[in-house]
Design a protein around this ligand. Structure first.
Ligand code: C2E
Ligand code: CA
Ligand code: CA
Ligand code: CA
Length: 281
């Protein structure tokens, strides 16, 4: 993938450099982390702005390093991709997310069942057997496949549009839902959008930022929302940090939103607490 250089660079952030972690050492530590159960999934609620209820969650991986504390995904996903570790990690993420969705759907039944969004890396997305693999995890946990939403970034989908369409069709045939992540940041020609068999668009945080102050940002968000509606897609705004943004999004008829204004990504017990309280915004 073409962004490997950037990801590799991100591995050597200030914190790591002071610990003089070589790429090789980090790779060893990542492998050990997988065996030693140092990974955890956090869950960030996605709010239905019409009802104010939690519609679902996005699963976000966290690495609890025994010495360095919590390592953010941007510091290790790149190297996990370079080394292929992302494939075993990705299998674990899918398994864990499916187990969680099964439990939450049973404990908190809703008219529109709760879902969990799972991020797919480019390395996973190009696997020939991806749809088969995911379908068997879904089957094993006996969940409705619509409870799992696969998040694929716009730039990964656009790298090779024709192959992406074929892969997405295989996933759709298994009843899985697809979200196009970080929408608006890739260099996609809008003319490709209608060809992609997807269910929702996630508007990138960069457009939501200061949309209550900069009218151009609000205009872009409004345009993406109407385009999405014409294509019958659900629209989710990411990175919502203020009440003004949440209100404006609702006015613009963006139905779903996610961000620190509602809740940060939470460990599963804390996420479950929000469901127990039947928290509304
Ligand atoms: P992403 O998929 O775009 O995830 C959204 C990121 O925005 C998350 O960062 C989330 O914590 C953060 N965020 C959510 N709301 C707000 C907000 O209101 N303000 C700000 N400033 N940030 C907000 P996180 O968890 O650090 O993840 C970063 C990236 O790492 C993700 O971007 C995704 O590309 C990747 N990643 C995370 N978990 C996974 C995973 O399980 N698998 C794969 N393949 N990639 C993952
Ligand atoms: Ca995502
Ligand atoms: Ca995103
Ligand atoms: Ca992102």
């Amino acid at each position: 993938a073409k962004n490997l250089g950037r990801d590799r660079h991100e591995v050597f952030n200030e914190d790591m450099r002071t610990h003089s972690v070589s790429q090789f050492q980090l790779e060893m530590e990542l492998r050990r982390a997988g065996e030693g159960e140092q990974f955890q999934l956090y869950y960030q609620p996605i709010i239905d702005l019409v009802s104010g209820e939690i519609a679902g969650f996005e699963a976000l991986i966290r690495w609890q390093h025994p010495e360095r504390g919590t390592v953010p995904p941007n510091d290790f996903i790149g190297i996990a991709e370079d080394t292929g570790i992302i494939l075993t990690m990705g299998d674990w993420i899918l398994d864990e997310a499916c187990r969680q969705i099964r439990q939450w759907q049973q404990l908190f039944p809703k008219v529109n069942p709760l879902f969990i969004g799972v991020n797919l890396s480019s390395r996973q997305f190009v696997q020939q057997d991806l749809a088969t693999t995911i379908a068997s995890v879904v089957q094993e946990h006996q969940i409705d496949p619509r409870g799992l939403k696969l998040e694929l970034t716009e730039s990964v989908a656009m790298e090779d549009v024709d192959s992406a369409i074929l892969q997405l069709l295989k996933l759709k045939n298994r009843g899985l839902h697809i979200s196009l992540d970080d929408f608006g940041t890739g260099y996609s020609s809008l003319s490709y959008l209608h060809r992609l068999p997807i269910d929702s668009l996630k508007i990138d945080k960069s457009f939501v930022d200061r949309m209550e102050i900069i009218s151009e940002n609000a205009d872009i968000v409004g345009t993406i929302v109407s385009l999405g509606h014409r294509l019958k897609l659900d629209i989710i705004a990411e990175g919502v940090e203020t009440m003004a943004q949440a209100r404006l999004l609702k006015q613009l008829e963006c139905q779903y939103a996610q961000g620190y204004f509602f809740a940060k990504p939470l460990p599963r017990e804390a996420a479950a607490q929000l469901l127990i309280q039947d928290k509304h915004w």
